[in-house]
Design a protein around this ligand. Sequence first.
Ligand code: HEM
Length: 525
Amino acid sequence: MFLLLIAIIIFTYIVHYKMGRKKLVELSKKLPSDLPALPILGHAYLFTGTDEDTMKSIQKSGKIALKHGGLATFWMANQLYLVVADPAASEVLLKNCLEKDNNSMRFLQFLVGNGSIYSSVSIWRPRRKLLAPTFNTKKLNRFVDVFAKQSAIMVEQLRPSVGKGTISVWKYLTTYTFDSVCETTLGVQMNAQSQPNHPFLEAFDEIAELMSRRMVRPWLHPDWLYRILPHYQRAERCRRLIYDFVDNVIKLKRQEMEAKQREANYLPKSGNETSISFKGTKDSYLGFQSLLEMLLETSLKVKGFTDLELREETLVMSAAGTDTSAVGASFALVMLSRHPEVQEKVFEELHEVLEYGDKAVTAADLPRLKYLDAVVKETLRLYPPVPIIVRLATSDTELQSGVIIPEGTSILLNIWAIHRDPRYWGPDADIFKPERFFEPLTHPAQFMPFSYGLRNCLGYLYAMMSMKTVLATFLRQYRVLPPAGADPKTLKEPIRVKYEIMMKAVDKFQLQIEPRTPQVTRTIG
Ligand code: HEM
């Protein structure tokens, strides 16, 4: 009897599995990829080669989907991926499929553990609820002074390179965002701009590269194999360094907050270290509350985050906030170097809103910089720092077109392709034209550099503020030009890009910088 029961269970499982696979195979036939699938590997061979080749494959998959009305399928080994390059389908999928595709996500979880960005819905939902209030406009407005201060430092760091030929702006922008993110999220002044080889930043860069390589190389996927490779040893060393650093910050911040509370007589002198009651919101020594401090405070008032959760969430914010905004601002500078007429319009607007001089940009100035806003958006459209996002269909999901996406399908939303769809952006979809953002969008999901739906980017407002502040501060002082000796024909072609979890310029954003007149020298306070 027992054996019969086991046999029935196994039989039912096999039938269920086969039925599920049948639906996936049917979908792959209905929405073909146009490219041959190899035995065992499927289309995984597309992701061999350099990071630039990987990005080319992402673009190719998007183009194929666009050719077929926005949907195509690919096999990565035995896993079916639906590539989506259609706003209407994206809207349905991003509203209904909240679970992330674990096949690719588990490699990113290596660093951020259960941090909300890659976690399962059951972990993500309560965390998002706690995190969301910290990103409101009023609180973020207080960060603009930090962005302005760090931008001024960046402008000074660049001064020796002004008028001296071609340079890569990447290191300047990434240390700017890193210092800003650390100060506003962790409440720590890192000074990476004056110390660009900061070990924390280097570890972050290295681990991002290692994780993205593993993600797209199936032979690095099995844990047992990965753990014996030097790749893993390097990743583990970076992870340890990052964890130690963040854990220390959390510890120090706890102590700092507790001492401050005691000083202000918020606590009885004999207060128990672990049961502190925060009665009021006090600004830190930085003059504002960092996101970590807000979370620490919440954690002590209501059932909030444990130290491990705090580590995970602060890491998500640091990882999600640093390179993304640096990539966005760097691409914007490259686009402006290629479009001098647009750069002049930005400069005129800056002159109008901020006047000549070196008055720091304030939160009140940002909404008035409308043309700069359109320039940033147009850059994010053509060069979205996060060109793909993934989801998993946890139940059969019907699209508006009637196509049913079966449970178990991995979904790859190709933001790069959605942003270049001529059906939504017109025949000049590939052209840089900021003015298009003065017209209403045809579909709310046709522009989604920050994703769309309930799991969209929490930091989009933060990112827009940071990018606009640094660009405004930079462009008031300097003019950007293409690299010396650049072939005019190449400058008309799309920027060469590579995929490293984020999309970056292959040449690390090379430019020439010239001073604006009248030149203003600024002393950093
Ligand atoms: C140009 C800059 C940025 C871009 C393009 C960007 C893009 C994205 C995208 C596409 C996602 C969603 C991924 C998905 O749907 O699977 C995301 C999630 C997230 N981003 Fe950003 N991001 C940027 C800046 C920031 C900043 C500055 C912060 C914080 C300081 C931040 C914090 C987050 C967080 C916490 C999530 C996870 C949200 C959740 O799962 O609930 N991002 N970001």
